[in-house]
Ligand binder design. Sequence first.
Ligand code: IPM
Ligand code: MG
Length: 372
Amino acid sequence: MGGKIKAMDKKIALIRGDGIGPEIVAQAKKVLDGVAGLYNHKFSYDDVDMGGIAIDKWQDPLPEEMLKKCLESDSVLLGAVGGNKWNSMPGDKRPERGLLRLRAGMGVYSNNRPAKIWPQLASASPLRPSIVEKGIDFIIVRELIGGIYFGAHRTEEEYGQKKATDILSYTESEIERIGRIGFETARKRRKKLCSVEKSNVLDSSRLWKAVMHRLAPEYPDVELSDMLVDNCAMQIVKDPSQFDVIVTENMFGDILSDEASMITGSIGMIPSSSLGSTSCGLYEPIHGSAPDIAGMDIANPIGTILSAAMMLRFSFDMPAEADCIERAVSDVLDMGCRTADIMPADPDEAAKCRKVGCSQMGELILENLRKD
Ligand code: IPM
Ligand code: MG
């Protein structure tokens, strides 16, 4: 099988970011280099400053030339941005704004966040075993460059007090393009698509629902259902096995994907891909920069390493190489190696595991890379 693989040259923009970002990206890079060696590819890296570090260096969370580096790359791998140090900055100067501008600048409107339980970590799920046993394997397709995160934000003085406003709007075409990704994603899986909105209150959600139903006849093989977002939050913990693909707007997807990650054991395990109309994607773990544990070498690098695997699969058309990384992660979990966040709470279970740090976890995954 390995013989058929063509050697490729790829340029990867690396955004280490803030907090634990540099530590986890270093592990992913290590693993990518291991894959390159194994399959004869050449990965080169271009360092990009974004987030707090870019504010400190350039007084701008995403300077134009940094965005340009990303657009000129074959794909972007990102750790995490943000931290207490920049929390009091005005909204448009915060590290997070750099991330939002990067996503918009790259046009990556479709964010894919898998919520899948690793069998080795089933006991780390906060849900009852009887719920976990029914299976957790779904994907949240989150609209990423529209909605309330991108509407006008304004704080003004009104009648002697402050008033703050954030605008949530969607056009039909914005909904249609992400809706189609939802249907197509479901088509490749168990063919069940759940469109999540708040159509009992919001106009933007009523339009969302109408567009989804207009598209449905084009995908007769996919079963479309609707769910209100508050109910969805409840169903994710009550019976996550009912979901295959969830498609939803930006803010709902942000919130639900944190919830979905937690039921799989740890947010530290979950990768994500963000794609638009080109193959140049943005790959990042869904967790934040965790400033409280930054520099301590205890963060879980697996979310970032699996994001690198997604990059190989979705942007570089390297499915065997992506499988190779995922297999190594699984093998290392089988060996009982755990970062702090995925250590079992039960002392008997914990005694069977080996607690490892961030760089050690990266090293173990690297050592366990092997061709099929
Ligand atoms: C995420 C994060 C970001 C978001 C923040 C850091 C802007 O929470 O990727 O889920 O809201 O999209
Ligand atoms: Mg989030």
